[in-house]
Structure formats: C-alpha cells, structure tokens
Design a protein around this ligand. Structure first.
Ligand code: PGA
Length: 256
C-alpha cells in the first residue's frame, strides 16, 4: 500500500495511475492499494476504472456520518468515490493532530460498518523503544484501537506496524525487529480473538521501506506486506516493491 501523504495534485495522481496500470499489467497475486490525498481520490478512482489490480485508499476519515465538522470527510463520502481502504491512526495524525486511541477506535468501527477496510497503524517512538516500552505501547494501541471489533470483521482488517523512528528517516527497522513486533501483534490478536482469525489479518510493515530493503522484510514470517510512504511516490520504485512481493509469492507457491 502506498501512502502518498500530502503529495500529488489530482493531475499528477492521474498520470501516476495511468503509468502504474500499464506496469501492473494483469498481476493479481499481490494486493496493491494507493492512498492519495482526498483531493486526488476522484481522479485516481476514475483512472483505475476497469482495473481490478489496484484499490484506492484514503488517508483519514471522520467517524460522524455528516454534520458541522469543518474540513472533515465521512466514510460515506469515501465510499461514494469507490474508496475501499482507509488509513487510520497514522503516527503523523496522532502526533500532529492530537488523535487519541479512543477517537481512532470510533473511526475503525465506523469504517468497518461502511465496508471500508481499515489500515490501522501502530508504532512506538524511539524514546519508548530505548526505554524498552515498545511492546506495552504498541499492545495498548492495538487493544484500544480494536476494542469492539468483531472477529467476523477481521478478514477485512489490515494492521500496519510503523515504528515512528523509521518513518521518513531513512532508518528502517531490521527484519528481526519487524518480525519480532509483527509476531507480537499476531499473538495479541490471537489472544483478543482467536488463532485462526489472527492468521487472516494482514500485517504490513511501514517506515522507510524501499526497493532495496523490502525483500528481507517481506521474507519474515509475520510480515505480509508494506505501507510505503516516500518510495510509493514514483511508479518505478513502487513497482519494484510490488515485484519483490510478487517474486516472493511465486517462490512460496513453488515450495508448497
Ligand atoms: P516512509 O513512510 O515510507 O516515507 O517512511 C511510511 C508511512 O508513514 O506510512
């Protein structure tokens, strides 16, 4: 999944998608999502019309269906634009816009009610990691962000582990660090729901994921894909990441 953040206007977004569609061809074994800013959702959805190989995601959403919330966008408005995913609880929203676990949970529940697949982001800061609190912090974000979610909804649920210290810094978590946290998250899910359901949730890694480091990350047992910021802004680097995922999927099938 590509998180474009506050990048690309509607015209640039359309150009990107037109190129991406050609590059993607008919590959279908890797789920691809692009998350443009609100203002480019419509042009992206239009450019993807008829393509089944890439889905559209939003970067945020308000939990209320409508009303006096200046500057906000509702789940229904997103659905109307053929959006199928929504990033919730990104660390930039938590840090710069004061989003709390409670507010994020409201959005998660509303997204699910509206058939939007949440991409719920969790992750610790460097201070929290250095103090050895990362499992407490991330476990808390997970529990609070998912309270009230029903096990039957988890098949459309995506989690993203994004260590704050790795986002946009060029400093990626090591494959071992990512695997350790992803395994922890899956275990938490198994405890909160069931083992079976925990296996179905896709857990993405995010934080300076790039073409030259994703292979080792994606090889980890509990890393199911990536939430990619900077490296998703150019078709070439985004495609390289998709190709790595594609090759690993083929290898996996070849060994089953
Ligand atoms: P980055 O961003 O890949 O640029 O580090 C990832 C994210 O914040 O989702």
């Amino acid at each position: 999944a590509g998180n474009w953040k506050m990048n690309k206007n509607a015209v640039e977004a359309k150009q990107f998608i037109e190129e991406l569609v050609v590059e993607l061809g008919t590959q279908s074994d890797v789920g691809v999502v692009v998350c443009p800013p609100f203002t480019a959702l419509e042009s992206v959805a239009r450019a993807l019309e008829g393509s089944h190989y890439c889905a559209v995601g939003a970067q945020n959403m308000h939990p209320e269906p409508s009303g006096a919330y200046t500057g906000e966008v509702s789940a229904e408005m997103l659905r109307h634009l053929f959006v199928s995913y929504v990033i919730l609880g990104h660390s930039e929203r938590r840090a710069y816009f004061g989003e709390t676990d409670d507010f994020i949970r409201q959005k998660v529940l509303v997204a699910l009610e509206n058939n939007l697949k949440p991409i719920l982001c969790v992750g610790e800061t460097l201070e929290q990691r250095d103090a050895g609190h990362m499992f407490d912090v991330v476990g808390h974000q997970l529990r609070e962000g998912m309270r009230g979610v029903d096990a039957s909804q988890l098949e459309s649920f995506v989690l993203a582990y994004e260590p704050v210290w790795a986002i946009g810094t060029g400093r990626t978590a090591t494959p071992e660090q990512a695997q350790e946290m992803h395994a922890f998250l899956r275990k938490q899910l198994a405890g909160q729901f069931s083992e079976d359901v925990a296996q179905k949730v896709r857990i993405l890694y995010g934080g300076s994921a790039k073409p030259d480091n994703v292979e080792q990350l994606f090889r980890q047992e509990d890393v199911d894909g990536g939430l990619v910021g900077g490296a998703s802004l150019e078709v070439r680097s985004f495609m390289k990441i998709i190709e790595v995922a594609h090759q690993l999927t083929e290898q996996e099938f070849a060994t089953v």
